[in-house]
Design a protein around this ligand. Structure first.
Ligand SMILES: Nc1ncnc2c1ncn2[C@@H]1O[C@H](COP(=O)(O)OP(=O)(O)OP(=O)(O)O)[C@@H](O)[C@H]1O
Length: 370
């Protein structure tokens, strides 16, 4: 039988108890009054869908959820917007995104992270790909478990470190292989904790490897974290490019307004090891250039399809670590271009603007400066 205690325990488990101000259980009907994080309509809808799905999978279809979701008071909104405030010690937060899965976004994030570290920057990477965290594999840290450290009286997660890069990923935590998809609020809370309750220390760059696509989880991360700029990864295929438009549009939405630093075309061409000067444009040629021109964003680099890139990813040592290799040089150039684009962005927007962009989510004027 459904009891109030069971419902209370479940609300706590899915981490929404603090949003609920009243609930009743009558037979199979559960009445819940709660407040959304933000007054935005999509936030309320998102919460409603997540709650319904969560209750149906926990208690079965016969349980009827009668939800009343209120908008937060302006003062509460203010508080939740403060979440977007700058994170002490972290200079630049770069979101690595793709419109489509499997285009090599995590591979690019991993290689860019080690390239930045080789250049002498302090680098962190947050694997926000809750659907398929791959950073632990790419950095050969699958068995690692973050420990808790005490910093200024607070217990914080200590990121795992390899090749000079600090990392946190949902993949390091137990139960990460369970379907977390329906626990939307829980997933974004976990990600938020990995960003804010972690001992990142001083970082020049924190790269966030976003999940593929343009779903709710993206919106919640990019609204709550002061992202400095976004890098979009695509393959040259048309289908991927159509999705890229969607990905870019997401960052340029009025309520998000995050500068897109540029596009990285991955698997641009194939070069066989025995014919290093030959380039075969398997997935089409120049698609990214045309799209980037059209959208007014730079192409930061074209990464070839090379067997060693895949092998390096699988053995947990990003290919860009191979000193003097063609791929290391390409990543150096691509990363320099990203930094140039970022410097340009930071010149045009004051440092605090990064905070404003996110804290004002929902009411920021459209700023097309990139
Ligand atoms: N330039 C490349 N050359 C060869 N293989 C590559 C290249 N880029 C990525 N790969 C391989 O393609 C596969 C998918 O890459 P990756 O996991 O980085 O994609 P993703 O876009 O992050 O995927 P997901 O959508 O699952 O998050 C991996 O096996 C990776 O090693």
């Amino acid at each position: 039988m459904l009891t109030k205690d069971k419902v209370q325990a479940f609300l706590t488990e899915i981490e929404v108890a603090d949003l609920v101000h009243n609930f009743q259980v009558m037979g199979n009907d559960v009445y819940i009054d709660m407040t959304a994080h933000s007054p935005a309509m999509h936030e309320k809808k998102k919460l409603e869908a997540a709650m319904k799905q969560a209750f149906a999978s926990e208690f079965g279809e016969e349980v009827v959820l009668k939800l009343k979701i209120a908008s937060p008071e302006p003062s509460e909104v203010q508080q939740s917007q403060i979440k977007g405030k700058q994170i002490k010690g972290i200079q630049n937060i770069i979101a690595i995104a793709s419109g489509k899965g499997g285009v090599g976004k995590s591979t690019v994030a991993a290689n860019m992270a080690v390239t930045l570290a080789k250049m002498g920057f302090k680098v962190g990477i947050l694997d926000a790909d809750i659907y398929g965290p791959s950073i632990p594999t790419m950095f050969d840290t699958v068995e690692a478990k973050p420990i808790t450290v005490e910093v200024e009286g607070k217990s914080l997660m200590k990121p795992i470190e390899n090749y000079g890069v600090k990392m946190l990923s949902i993949g390091y935590f137990s139960g990460s292989n369970q379907a977390v998809v329906w626990r939307g609020p829980m997933a974004s809370k976990a990600l938020n904790q990995m960003i804010r309750d972690a001992a990142w220390g001083e970082l020049d760059f924190l790269l966030i490897d976003l999940p593929p696509g343009t779903g709710d989880i993206h919106l919640s991360i990019i609204q709550e974290v002061p992202v400095t700029g976004a890098v979009i990864v695509s393959t040259p295929q048309h289908v991927a490019l159509a999705d890229v438009r969607k990905g870019i549009a997401m960052f340029q939405m009025e309520s998000i307004n995050i500068p897109v630093l540029g596009l990285i075309e991955n698997m641009s061409y194939f070069t066989p090891a025995e014919l290093p000067d030959n380039k075969y444009y398997i997935f089409g040629n120049q698609g990214a250039q045309y799209l980037a021109e059209d959208l007014g964003i730079p192409v930061l680099g074209e990464i070839p399809l090379i067997q060693s890139v895949r092998e390096a990813g699988d053995v947990g040592r990003p290919a860009a670590l191979q000193e003097g290799s063609v791929i290391a040089d390409i990543y150096t150039k691509t990363t320099q271009n990203m930094i140039e684009s970022l410097v340009e962005r930071n010149k045009q927007l004051p440092a605090t603007e990064a905070v404003k962009i996110t804290t004002m989510a929902g009411c920021a004027p459209k700023n097309k400066k990139v």
